[in-house]
Write a protein that binds this ligand. Structure first.
Ligand SMILES: [Zn+2]
Length: 106
């Protein structure tokens, strides 16, 4: 299995990265809920009638390739966005967001 380097020089597996990303997404959602009492899109502030995703600012793929895989599970690199804002971001940056779009579905 492929291994990816973190910013501290550690080598981690794709399975480890995926697990950490899942945990961090859940954490980001629960922290927003704790702070504001509900979840909303950080882009347009919508909370009802929208599906919320956790979108990467820099894609997991890019973090892995560039030797700082740990950025994939850095809370600062994960933003809560509604489906519409997430898709707009993907439209602007199709290549780097390819893998995260897949992750959002799963
Ligand atoms: Zn939005």
């Amino acid at each position: 299995m492929a291994r990816y380097r973190t910013s501290t020089g550690e080598l981690v597996s794709k399975a480890y990265i995926d697990r950490m990303v899942r945990i961090t997404k859940a954490l980001v959602l629960s922290e927003q809920r704790e702070e504001y009492g509900y979840n909303f899109c950080e882009e347009c502030s919508k909370s009802s009638g929208v599906r919320l995703d956790c979108a990467h600012v820099e894609s997991v793929d890019s973090c892995q390739k560039n030797g700082y895989a740990d950025k994939a599970w850095d809370k600062e690199n994960i933003k809560i966005k509604c489906r519409k804002c997430h898709q707009e971001q993907d439209g602007l940056d199709i290549r780097s967001s390819f893998s995260q779009a897949g992750a959002a579905v799963g």
